[in-house]
Design a protein around this ligand. Sequence first.
Ligand code: IPE
Ligand code: IPE
Ligand code: MG
Length: 237
Amino acid sequence: MADIKAGAKGLHIGFIMDGNGRWAQRRGLPRTAGHTKGAQVFQDMVKYCKQLGVEAVTFYAFSTENWKRPKAEVDAIMRLLKEYLNRAFDYKKEDNRIVILGDKTPLSDEIKKLMAEIEEGTRNNTGMTINVAINYGGREEITHAARELARRAARGEIQPEEIDEEMLSSCLYTAGQKDPDFILRPSGEKRLSNFLLWQSAYAEFIYMDVLWPDFTRKDLDKAIEEFLSRNRRFGGI
Ligand code: IPE
Ligand code: IPE
Ligand code: MG
């Protein structure tokens, strides 16, 4: 445990919260019951990561592709989201900074307003950064950044030749943040599903068979242990 705590300090961990639907279906429950349980696990993981001294966490909550799901399921996820955003004001006391990653345009005015309040209210907090990816897609994020740079170039504020990785990074939803050290995907699926495409260039991937609603602090310990055993070379030797 002491080693895990020492190793977790300063990390940025990405979580693809997957397997909610299967968890519910296996119990004969509606898929939304899995999302409700998954949201509780999210809350506990935030607390635990904070205890471990993790620097930043990014939770994939809703992708740009998840709109393909039945309206009733999307509505249930949006309701949960609202509930958790309302609770997020507690995090303020804990000095966490909350950042929403994704294109907010299609979200309801009520959700947009809550998000703005939370991001504004926690902007200057210096504790752990909690990124929540909502209507997030890695490709959408890069496209959004490209559009922004094109606009600046068209206004004559920058020359195309000046665009470098740093400038593009600064136009992503994660501007100014360190890249994720590792990305964890429970549920047995082994893919990124459009999560942090740019930022994961050198991230370690850790896939686990447990479904997200069953994910425990022990599972996170295991993932951190696995991460610490990897040899990262970043292209060197
Ligand atoms: C992840 O769980 C939650 C969201 C994508 C919103 P799923 O709902 O994808 O669960 P499975 O993969 O169908 O089991
Ligand atoms: C990824 O899970 C998105 C989130 C966890 C929010 P999905 O369940 O949507 O991914 P696929 O469809 O299995 O790739
Ligand atoms: Mg899934």
